[in-house]
Design a protein around this ligand. Sequence first.
Ligand SMILES: [Zn+2]
Length: 283
Amino acid sequence: MSFKDEVAPSETDQQVLACWNSLITSNYIDDIKHLEGTSDAVFGFTIHHPLIVKEGVLALEFHENPTHALELGTQVLQEQFDKYGVRMRPVIRVVEFGPEYLRKVDDLRMRDRNKLFSFDVKLNDISHPYGWLKKAVYECRDCGTIIVKMQRRARERESPSTCRPCMFKAVDYMKDDDIPWGLFSPRPNFKMVLEECKYEDIQDISMRQITYNKDHHLIHCSTKNEIIGTVSDDLVGDLTAPDYVRVNGIVRVQPIPSRNFGKDTRRVLSIDVLSIEELPIEE
Ligand SMILES: [Zn+2]
């Protein structure tokens, strides 16, 4: 019997892992060594995009599927943190994207979803920090099997639909003619293991497009569209508004916040923020 989450990394993933390993060990080991003894729980570790561009397979995969490429990179960085006795959870903050990544908030459309862009914006407002259930852990009440369900923010919580060991047991029973059919319905019977669940700290930020000249003098702050972004982990509590910043992030499609029925099909764009860089703008 094979379970999906136990399979070895694909060939591409192995290449991406090797690229991250080469990038981190050739450029960032001194930075990692300096972190030993730091007592934060989470550390936002800056990685420069021009270095990613030099790593063939990683450059491509990062561009095509940044979320997954970052998961693999975090795995490699965590190994290096462990190796050098840095007892923090790393979060990769990629900065210094090239001008080809710059987009205007006012030009974003649904077709841009899941793409990575940079935006020069004025941070107008920052919400209070709050949390969401990122990883839910369930236990089968019948056999004790543990099932982990990664959740999506601002979506209905997902719970397991079947317990495989209980299902296989039921299938075995079905071969036995003496057992009545009424027992052959292995309904899921899970409870959530609250102490094993993982939550993520986040803040919502609202922002508007700015334009400025080459001397960083502000020309215009758009009044057309305000877009919401979400920052997590080390960035929570780290930002102030108003402020002028470059936001690097992935465009996401979210249900509208004020929906009053579950299957509302209307969607808005938002930004999952990967990193934020100060802009030295003068008004
Ligand atoms: Zn079970």
